[in-house]
Design a protein around this ligand. Structure first.
Ligand code: ATP
Ligand code: MG
Length: 157
């Protein structure tokens, strides 16, 4: 079913804001008012909650997390929705970036201990993105921050 991204993301940001506030993290978003994507609402929620929770967990107090949504046409003229989660957090070492979508993979026990996760979040996210025939990618600089980009087809076949 078509999901109205502006209102959908606003409610998700609301959910995350409680945790962000505790860490004095500035949470912002930039979402076009008229954009819809055909997706399973529960799965899309799980994708965004997982990525935003990671962004907040792996960003130091006083940092920033931003959610942006854009639309674009790919080379074949198909409409795509681009969702970016940008943080100013601890970053991910280059050597670990190819492995973070594997089940149970965590960058190192030291940095992740306080968050007490299992290392399943991103493998689930990748699976859900692929169920929507989308793609996920990561760009990150150690100590500077991380951007996850999810590209979804606007319409499903
Ligand atoms: P959980 O299963 O609770 O989500 P997790 O957060 O450790 O546990 P993933 O969400 O799969 O597991 O993330 C895998 C690893 O990738 C994390 O342990 C963390 O080291 C790294 N990571 C993920 N997102 C970020 C981010 N935004 N900034 C820095 N490191 C990150
Ligand atoms: Mg996680």
């Amino acid at each position: 079913a078509p999901v109205h991204l502006a209102s959908f993301c606003a409610s998700i940001m609301d959910t995350i804001s409680t945790v962000a506030k505790k860490k004095k993290i500035t949470l912002t978003s930039d979402i076009p008012e008229e954009l819809f994507v055909e997706a399973d609402e529960d799965k899309l929620r799980q994708i965004l909650i997982n990525l935003l929770s990671n962004a907040v967990s792996y960003t130091q107090d006083g940092g920033k997390v931003e959610l942006t949504v854009q639309d674009r046409q790919d080379a074949e003229g198909a409409e795509k929705v681009l969702i970016k989660i940008v943080d100013t957090g601890i970053g991910i070492p280059k050597k670990d970036q190819p492995r973070i979508f594997e089940r149970f993979y965590r960058v190192d026990k030291g940095r992740s201990r306080s968050s007490g996760g299992t290392g399943l979040g991103l493998s689930i996210v990748k699976h859900l993105v692929e169920q929507h025939h989308g793609e996920i990618s990561v760009e990150s600089e150690l100590g500077l921050g991380t951007t996850f980009t999810v590209e979804l087809p606007m319409l499903q076949e």
